[in-house]
Design a protein around this ligand. Sequence first.
Ligand code: URP
Ligand code: ZN
Ligand code: ZN
Length: 483
Amino acid sequence: MAKFDLVVKGGRIGTASDVFTADIGIKDGRITALAESLEDGKVVDATGKLVLPGGIDSHCHFDQPAAPDGSRNADDFYSGTRSAATGGTTTIIPFAQQLKGQSLRAAVSDYHAKAAGKPVIDYAFHLIIADPSQAVLGQELPALIRDGYTSFKVYMTYDDLKLNDRQMLDVMALARREGAMMMVHAENTDCIGWITEKLEQAGRIAPRYHGTSRPNVVEREATHRAISFAELLDTPILLVHVSAKEAIEQIHWAQGRGLRIYGETCPQYLFLSEEDMGPFDGADWHGVKCLCSPPPRDKANQDFVWRGLENGIFSVLSSDHSPYAMDKTGKFASGPKPSFTKVPNGLPGIATRLPLLFSNGVQTGRISIQQFVALTATNHAKLYGLHPKKGTIAIGADADFALWDEAKDVTITAKMLNDNVGYTPYEGMQLKGWPVETWSRGELVVKDGTVVAEAGRGRFLPCDPPQTAIPRGRPVVDPALFA
Ligand code: URP
Ligand code: ZN
Ligand code: ZN
């Protein structure tokens, strides 16, 4: 019997710490050897290619409803994972969303049922806590954390999801106690509601006004509030989809105080701006394609987001893939020219996340290959308790990797992304470098843009309590009061 099932030969390997040339030996889906030269197995020729860990996308939404208009995500767990793998991603962490009044366990079962038989790559789940009832806080959430759902998201806005400040403190105390990572969507809901009401009264309803309704300061205030709660209870938290320069400054400030505050940003804040939501006069409604929350900011803001990636304020770049089709199932669920308040929030980007950052970050010298790997794979695994099984090329890790052709010129088109969305906000962008093969646990998933893996081969991954969620041990409030 051959020593290896597969030998990846002659590639330049990149990890979060090193770039080196070596062969990779793979047995039973795991990396079992790294050496100058390996023989005895079926050969994958990686000469002239960069071999990087498969991306981990720790923020994406599949098959979720956007209440109350009946719209739902365009991608399910098959089309969404197909698309992820097309862009070099091999692990996803989407959400199991609790509806208000629903048992959390039931929400988790629902999302497992939605996923059953569909993913082509491996997946874990974050929870969304929309209703922190006694049962959720007392039994369901602690038990689910122990079962491997070790991270959850809370919202400070959206009527059907938001928690008030006391509820935020309740779930944060629980995260500390149980060792879970709490993810926060930080926008001030009352400010948004107040501005939105004034805009609608004035007839300002074009998609572009979505940005007007959620200015930078609204994100900054909520970010500061969440950080203050985290300091009060000495609980590590992660601010998701951070967009505004002022919110980045808050995270930087908190990190400077020694708090365990982590930041995530997304490609839409590097490559899109408020202008992409269309004109104020509503002459063109196509801007709904770029309508998400927080909204794309002004062009000058993009540079601050880049700097946050370059200097380590952000730990991860995720897609926040939350796609809605341009029809009655999605962006136009409430009619042909809806008020921005009726447009489901979110945009697609699961396939384009890695290639956009590689071309515009690594190829331009803004970030190193090591930073690229950390931001797109390794740090996701560390933040959510999947490391070292996922997110790196090392002995013992799952053999999840992509072969990158650094010289390949690619023009992004919606068609090549293998999703179910029908458009991409990045249509026509020219990139240098593309993941030409994506492998998961030693199995080929995508080759030259064609998905070759079967639906349902992806496995569910229970997550460990992450090291990154360990408190630093200096709470303002005596933990005995909330233990
Ligand atoms: O607009 C967005 N980001 N939609 C997805 C849901 C969320 O808040 O992440
Ligand atoms: Zn969010
Ligand atoms: Zn999201």
